[in-house]
Each structure stands twice: as structure tokens, then as C-alpha cells.
Write a protein that binds this ligand. Structure first.
Ligand SMILES: Nc1ncnc2c1ncn2[C@@H]1O[C@H](COP(=O)(O)OP(=O)(O)O)[C@@H](O)[C@H]1O
Ligand SMILES: [Mg+2]
Length: 442
């Protein structure tokens, strides 16, 4: 049997031979060789346990009181659960975890903060800057054994490891932050802390180069995977659930980064809909369902004329292939080719949308841009568009309308069959042609 395999540092792609460039994620120099035995041997015999019904326990949750964090976790931190928190360096992972640690102490529970990246001085000054109410114990180390010892001496409700890539096992002959180290350290810590019913958050830096093993490699080991996203130049940050054994998927939490730390954004619709919506053409509103709540987001499009033979199609926050399809369907409905225009679509606020209910607002934004029509901030759109231009029903119509109403939207274009609502004009569309006609007379 072959003794070693090759794994991509970034995406976890496995192969039996080496590549200079990962065939999956196309990163150069990210494929590293690792020994099979090293990744598989856990050095311990495990006896099977028969699970009886009475062994099943109800999930115990710790409600942190950081609203957006509790939401993405599915109603608080589950006792003994394993969480991976990934994100670009500098996005706010440490800041968020400092606040979580302080909250745990405030609740009268025990939290241990393991820092492999910052000195005591840095930690103290950050704690001061964030003006945290409660002090929590910090363990400064880079060795996994120190964490095991500390958690053997005392029982903690939550252990935060900042970052998992900064922790290594000296017994393994492989450099820190390599794939073997990351996998070994993660398996050890997760198993150890699960046995102790200690919840844990492992912080992982997302890396663009292949030198440091990325958090994707350990996603399968944990119960919950959260990614912290946002543009550093903007103050808002989005915490997204990629995987959750204890709550709904695609849930997002929205925070604002301030000098004093992160603040939960309680009314995201208010936050994402800019003052300027409706002042210009090419902008529409969409009641989006994200996880368990509706959020009104703004869809923007510009469609400048081009003389190049291949017009550009660019989409930020929405699937580009879907934009190509929508453009083709729209061309058919308009009876006119759009080969002479570039099309740029953007979902504002850095939100990524995967639900097809956004088809209609996207097409409406494109039409509004082409015809230079202002749609206004009291109109919203939702509905999936089929290949023949039919407008199809989508889930959660009631919730979407309710949020529209709350945000002062008076007119909603949507698929047939959506129930009418008092005080709102509901315009049922059967096909795209009808939208085109409506917008023509706006
Ligand atoms: N000493 C500081 N003074 C002011 N702002 C800071 C300081 N340290 C960090 N920040 C701000 O907090 C943001 C998040 O930092 P941090 O939580 O350390 O990110 P991460 O842990 O994800 O690398 C930084 O981008 C920066 O804007
Ligand atoms: Mg950090």
C-alpha cells in the first residue's frame, strides 16, 4: 500500500500523486505530501459503546446574550459542541471571541482562552480597548499538550483556541501549521474536549497561499462551521453558518465593527437598504430569506453599452451562471439581444444570495437600468424565473411580505398564488413578458 498521500493545503483535495497546481482549487504549490500512518494513528484503543435511549440527553444551551452569535448557533452555544470559526486575518475573529469569553464569565461559567498568537501585553491592551466587563483566564502557548493539561486540571464550559494553526504537537515531526499538524492537533483537542463535555471554538485563518493549512481541512471534524466575512474597509461583518448540527443552515449574523468592538446589528433590513435606494435607475429591493429571518436587500445593476464582441457579465453576491441564464431569458422576453451591453449585478452589503427568488429583482434591476427607470424604495420583487420566462412560486411568501410591510414597501411584484395583503398592492406575474410590460408603463 502506498505510504503517503498528497493533500491540498487550501481545499483538502486528496490525490495519490503530486501536482504543482491543485486540480480542484487551482492554487499553485499547495499540494503537500503527508504520511498516511501519521494522520490515521490515534494511538489508543477505543471500545464500542451501546447507545441506549436513556443515554440520550437533551441539548443544553448557553445563551450568550450576543444576539447575532446566539442566532447563528441556532439558539445559543450547545454544551460540549465543537465549533470552527474561520475568516481572513484581521476580520475580527479574536475580537468576537474576546466578547464571547467575557460573556461566559458574566454568566458565572468558566472559559479558557488559549492564545498562540498574541503576547500577554497585547491581550491586556486589547481587553482594555474592548472595555470588557469580565476578565477570563488566558493560556499563552503553542503546544497542544499544555491545553490538554490545563483542561485536565479544571473543567471549563468553553475553551477558545486562537488560532488552531498556531498550535502544534512536538511529537509529530512536521512543521507547525502544516496539514499533518493541523489535523493531528484538531483531532486530539476535539476528542479530548468532547469527552469533558467542554464546548470549544477553534479559530482558523483562511489563507490564500498554500503555506499554511487552511480551516477547510478540519470542517468535517466539527459540529458547527462558521465563517466571518466582510470587507475590511467597511464596518459591517457577516457571520455565516456553513454547517450546523444544532441549528439551521445559511443563518447569518450581522455585526458592526467599531473601535470598542463588535455590535450586533438588530435590524439588518434597515442596515442594508441605503438611503439612496430608488433615487437612481438599476436598483430594486428584494425580501431575502436568510436562515430563519427575512432581510430586505438591495439589488443593483448597470448595463453600459459596449463595442466589444464579447460583452461582460459580472455578478457579485449571485451565481454568475444564473445571471447568464437570466440574461438569455430576458432577451427572449424583450425580443431584443443584449450583446451590445455589459451587465454588472451587485447585491449590496456583501450578502451572498443562493435562493432563486432573487431572479425577479435581478431581472427587474437590469430592465430598470436599460430603460433608465427609477423604481423607488416602496416597491419590491421576488420570484424564481424559469427557462421559458415563467415566474415560479417560492417559499416563505408570507414572511417576505410581512418584512416588506414593516419596511414601508407598498407594492410587491411576485408569482401568482401569493395571498393578498391589506394595505399593499400585490402584483401577480405569470411570466417575464408581463414584468416587462409593467415596467414599460411605470
Ligand atoms: N490595537 C488596535 N487598535 C485599534 N483597532 C484594532 C486594534 N487591533 C485590532 N483592531 C481592529 O480590529 C479588527 C479585527 O481584529 P482581530 O479581531 O484581531 O482580527 P482577527 O482575529 O480575525 O485576525 C482589525 O481589523 C482592526 O480594525
Ligand atoms: Mg486574531
Amino acid at each position: 500500500m502506498q505510504k503517503s498521500i498528497f493533500i491540498c493545503n487550501i481545499c483538502g483535495y486528496e490525490s495519490l500523486k503530486w501536482f504543482g497546481r491543485c486540480p480542484n482549487c487551482k492554487t499553485w504549490d499547495s499540494i503537500k505530501e503527508i504520511q498516511k500512518e501519521k494522520t490515521l494513528s490515534l494511538g489508543r484503543k477505543i471500545k464500542p459503546v451501546i447507545v441506549k435511549e436513556e443515554n440520550e440527553q437533551e441539548e443544553v444551551r448557553i445563551v450568550l446574550g450576543i444576539e447575532e452569535m446566539d442566532r447563528v448557533l441556532g439558539g445559543g452555544l450547545t454544551k460540549g459542541s465543537s465549533i470552527l470559526l474561520g475568516g481572513d486575518p484581521g476580520i475580527g475573529k479574536t475580537t468576537l471571541c474576546f466578547e464571547i469569553a467575557s460573556k461566559i464569565m458574566e454568566l458565572g461559567l468558566e472559559c479558557l482562552y488559549v492564545s498562540g498568537e498574541e503576547s500577554l501585553k497585547q491581550i491586556t491592551s486589547r481587553r482594555k480597548r474592548l472595555n470588557l466587563k469580565y476578565v477570563f483566564p488566558v493560556l499563552i502557548t503553542n503546544e497542544v499538550q499544555d491545553i490538554m493539561e490545563a483542561t485536565n486540571e479544571k473543567r471549563y464550559d468553553l475553551v477558545i483556541v486562537d488560532s488552531i494553526q498556531s498550535i502544534y504537537n512536538p511529537e509529530i515531526h512536521s512543521i507547525a501549521a502544516s496539514i499533518s499538524q493541523l489535523k493531528d492537533v484538531s483531532i486530539r483537542l476535539i476528542r479530548h474536549l468532547k469527552e469533558k463535555e467542554t464546548a470549544h471554538i477553534l479559530i482558523g485563518h483562511v489563507t490564500k497561499e498554500g503555506q499554511i493549512a487552511g480551516p477547510k481541512l478540519i470542517e468535517h471534524m466539527v459540529d458547527t462551521v462558521l465563517y466571518f466575512e466582510g470587507e475590511k474597509v467597511f464596518p459591517y461583518r457577516i457571520l455565516r453558518t456553513i454547517k450546523n448540527r444544532y441549528g439551521p443552515l445559511d443563518e447569518i449574523g450581522i455585526f458592526q465593527m467599531t473601535k470598542e468592538g463588535l455590535i450586533s446589528v438588530k435590524d439588518p433590513s434597515e442596515y442594508f437598504v441605503s438611503e439612496k435606494v430608488g433615487e437612481n435607475s438599476g436598483s430594486t429591493l428584494f425580501p431575502h430569506i436568510s436562515g430563519s429571518r427575512p432581510i430586505i436587500v438591495e439589488v443593483q445593476a448597470i448595463t453600459p453599452k459596449t463595442n466589444f464582441p464579447n460583452p461582460k457579465r459580472v455578478s457579485l453576491g449571485y451565481d454568475l451562471n444564473r445571471l447568464y441564464i437570466l440574461t438569455a431569458v430576458l432577451e427572449k422576453a424583450m425580443g431584443k439581444s443584449l450583446y451590445d451591453r455589459d451587465i454588472y449585478v451587485n447585491i449590496t452589503g456583501g450578502i451572498k444570495i443562493t435562493e432563486p427568488a432573487a431572479d425577479l429583482p435581478i431581472v427587474a434591476a437590469i430592465v430598470s437600468s436599460i430603460k433608465d427607470l427609477k423604481i423607488g424604495r416602496d416597491v419590491a420583487f421576488f420570484g424564481e424565473i424559469g427557462l421559458t420566462g415563467e415566474i415560479r412560486r417560492v417559499l416563505y411568501s408570507e414572511n417576505r411580505l410581512k418584512e416588506c410591510e414593516r419596511m414601508g414597501i407598498k407594492k410587491v411584484f411576485c408569482p401568482k398564488g401569493v395571498p393578498r395583503r391589506k394595505g399593499m398592492e400585490i402584483l401577480h406575474l405569470d411570466n417575464l413578458r408581463e414584468l416587462y410590460d409593467y415596467l414599460g408603463i411605470f
